[in-house]
Structure formats: structure tokens, C-alpha cells
Design a protein around this ligand. Structure first.
Ligand SMILES: *Cc1c(COP(=O)(O)O)cnc(C)c1O
Length: 398
């Protein structure tokens, strides 16, 4: 890659990321191109953001047209794309009002505020938010406090009070943790950053029941699972329960930064003027991009394609030597490798071979390919994965 870019990054960018040794300059559909002209199949979509593919012509067109008309005026005024987007999101999910922001983390901040205010309104003095120990909800202090794995880092103490966690997918522990002081159960229906772990129906039902009995809100973080990723517009549609509040971001803008917290007819009324805000949120360009994304994804044929492609990839991956388990739904896949094989090493070898993915845990690769992936590209990707894994023989010490 370009040496100047590498050197300047090291000198001028805070070193919070360990980047792969590649600099991308162009994307088209499921393909990425680096600054050396090398082509890659993208099985990560910028962490589930470019879900409709890189530079989808409809999204690019929407951004281009809107950028020539109005870029920003703030939320002190009406803008039609923002209002239209709220209507589409509400009608396509929980049916209540929507709050816009610019990222997943911020969407969860809004959900936490709604939960605390609703709990106060019913007389709870020390409202608590319950999550799973391995959940990921973001990195600002509220979202971070609901992300126990990162919240434990003493460098950033103290966290916010009023958060507790239980072991992942432990229905009994969850039930026991929810009482009259619980403001909300905030969970991912399928954990993403942890390595793609779907929550069982039993735990989802337990969460719903515990919330109904205690008056707590059930909040689904669908920041990674939403916008078609699992083969339905929202992951909750394939499960046994509906949340009271839902957060979305990542794929919503097709690459433009936008997040949303969506309420049902009750929870969408909790916040009022002055309670929350955001300067950039759902500006005309981001909102127009999101409307173009919804036009593409909120579509029966597209969702069918995601399910079919996901099923065939799952089957193909399960048959690859070196793969121990495939988890997930739709095009959100976690691949556990055979014992002794380091996923970070394999991931680096995949990149070298021309496949972009990531390794969220030492035994797991995560694949989040764009929905426009062709059958040929899927087949080529499976070949690359098989070729790379053939170089790793966990049973023979090397
Ligand atoms: C990515 C992610 C977030 C944080 O979103 P940002 O846009 O990075 O702030 C929160 N929750 C889940 C489930 C995510 O996958």
C-alpha cells in the first residue's frame, strides 16, 4: 500500500485501530479495489454498512441529487426526506415515533434515555438497564456502560450507575435480574461483535415476559441485525417477540452516517421538546440515502435473495475442511474454525488471497457480505476460504 498514507496515519491519527495493511480507493457492488489496483470480494461490507453493495447506483444518485439541492439546515426546521424516512421506519416496524442521530451508539443513548424517563414516570427511583455480559452496544458512556466487556476497563472508570448484566442467553438469570427497578432489558437479538451468536427463542420469550411483568421496556439493538441483514427487514420479525423500542444504524444510510431509535405507539411518546437532540441527525443527504436503501431492501424479492444466498453460503461453509460450526441467519454469519486454528491469522491470509472479512474472536471469522453478491462471487469466495483453510492443519502441530 501507499507508504505515505501508512506513515501519516501512524503520525497523525490516534492509534485506536489496528488496521489491516490495505488502503481501499474504490468499491463497486460486492467488490473493493485497493490503491495497487488489486480486486477483493467484500465479505464484511464495512461492518454491515454497505449492505446494498458499494456505491449502489440508486444510493449514489439520491446523494448526488440531494447534495446539489440542500446539504444541511439542522433540526430547527422541517426537511421532507427526514419526515418521510421516519414514516417509512415507523410503518415498517414498531409503529411509533422515531428519533434520528448519526450512529449506532447514539441510537442506544436515545433508547437509554427513553427507558430511564419511562421508569421515572412510573416511580422508579434507581432505574436499571439489564444486558448480556458479551453484548456490544457502543462506546459513549451510556452505551459503554451497557457493554460489560469494555466497561470493565479501569482506564475509563467510572461507568454510569444503573447497569447490570447476566450471562449470555441465560433465560433464568435474565428473569432473576429483572424486577420493579428495571427500566429496560437492552439486548442484541443476534450478537454481532461478540462473534455472531443468535439468542434462543426461550430467552427472547423470557425477556418479553419479564418486561411485561415488571413494566420494563424491551429494547432490541438491531444496529447490526437490521435493514435486511438476517433476511427480514428486522431480525425480530423472525423471532417470537416484538421489542418496545428498537435501534438501527449501520446499513440504514448505505454508507452515509445515520442512526435511529424507533418507538412503539407508547414509547415513541416518552421524549418531548428539549429532552434530546442532534445537530446533524437525518440531514437531507443522509435521509435521502436511507430512503434509497429502504427502497432496495424493504422488498420481498431482495429479502428472499438474502435468505437464499445465506442458506447456500451456510451450507457451503459447513462443508469446508477446517470449519467446525456455522452460526447466524441470512447474511450474518459466524464461522467457528477447528480447534487450534487462529482466526486472526486466517483472516489475514484471506485478505492476502482477496477476500475481506474479520475475526471478532480467536476462534471465529465473521462474514457480512453485501446483498448484491452474485452466485459466482459467492462460489469464488467459498473457493478462496477452502484454499486458505487448507493451509491450516490444526491436528498436525506445525
Ligand atoms: C456497531 C454496533 C453498535 C455501535 O454503532 P456505531 O455506529 O459504531 O456507534 C452498537 N450496537 C451494535 C449491535 C453494533 O453492531
Amino acid at each position: 500500500m501507499n507508504e505515505q498514507v501508512r506513515a501519516d496515519e501512524a503520525k497523525y491519527v490516534m492509534q485506536t485501530y489496528k488496521r489491516a495493511e490495505v488502503s481501499f480507493v474504490r468499491g463497486e457492488g460486492a467488490l473493493l479495489f485497493d490503491d495497487q489496483g488489486r480486486e477483493y470480494i467484500d465479505f464484511l461490507s464495512g461492518i454491515s454498512v454497505a449492505s446494498v453493495g458499494h456505491c449502489h447506483p440508486e444510493v449514489v444518485h439520491a446523494i448526488h441529487v440531494q447534495a446539489g439541492e440542500l446539504l444541511h439546515v439542522s433540526n430547527l426546521f422541517y426537511t421532507a426526506p427526514m419526515v418521510e424516512l421516519a414514516k417509512r421506519l415507523s410503518q415498517g416496524s414498531l409503529g411509533g415515533k422515531v428519533f434520528f442521530c448519526n450512529s449506532g451508539t447514539e441510537a442506544n443513548e436515545c433508547a437509554i434515555k427513553i427507558a430511564r424517563k419511562a421508569a421515572r414516570a412510573r416511580g422508579v427511583e434507581k432505574p436499571e438497564i439489564v444486558s448480556f455480559e458479551s453484548d456490544f452496544h457502543g462506546r459513549s458512556y451510556g452505551a459503554l456502560s451497557a457493554t460489560p466487556g469494555l466497561a470493565a476497563n479501569p482506564d475509563f472508570a467510572p461507568m454510569l450507575p444503573g447497569f447490570r448484566s447476566v450471562p449470555f442467553d441465560d433465560a433464568e438469570a435474565l428473569r432473576a435480574a429483572v424486577d420493579e427497578n428495571t427500566a429496560a432489558v437492552l439486548i442484541e437479538p443476534i450478537q454481532g461483535e461478540a462473534g455472531v451468536f443468535p439468542l434462543s427463542d426461550e430467552t427472547l420469550l423470557a425477556a418479553r415476559q419479564a418486561c411485561d411483568e415488571s413494566g420494563a421496556l424491551l429494547i432490541f439493538d438491531e444496529i447490526q441485525t437490521g435493514i435486511g441483514r438476517t433476511g427480514s427487514l428486522w431480525a425480530y420479525e423472525q423471532g417470537p417477540v416484538r421489542p418496545d423500542v428498537m435501534t438501527t444504524a449501520k446499513a440504514l444510510g448505505g454508507g452515509a452516517a445515520i442512526g435511529a431509535c424507533i418507538g412503539n405507539p407508547e414509547t415513541g411518546e416518552v421524549l418531548s421538546a428539549g429532552d434530546h437532540g442532534s445537530t446533524f441527525a437525518a440531514g437531507p443527504v443522509a435521509a435521502s440515502a436511507a430512503l434509497a436503501v429502504l427502497d432496495l431492501v424493504d422488498d420481498a424479492a431482495m429479502l428472499r435473495r438474502i435468505r437464499a444466498l445465506g442458506a447456500s453460503l451456510m451450507e457451503g461453509l459447513a462443508g469446508v475442511d477446517g470449519v467446525a460450526e456455522v452460526r447466524g441467519r441470512g447474511l450474518m454469519l459466524g464461522v467457528r474454525l477447528e480447534e487450534g486454528v487462529d482466526s486472526a491469522e486466517v483472516n489475514a491470509a484471506l485478505l492476502e488471497a482477496g477476500l475481506v472479512a474479520n475475526a471478532p474472536r480467536p476462534d471465529t471469522l465473521r462474514f457480512l457480505p453485501p446483498f448484491v453478491l452474485s452466485d459466482d462471487q459467492a462460489e469464488r469466495a467459498l473457493e478462496l476460504i477452502a484454499e486458505v483453510l487448507a493451509g491450516y492443519h490444526p491436528s498436525e502441530p506445525n
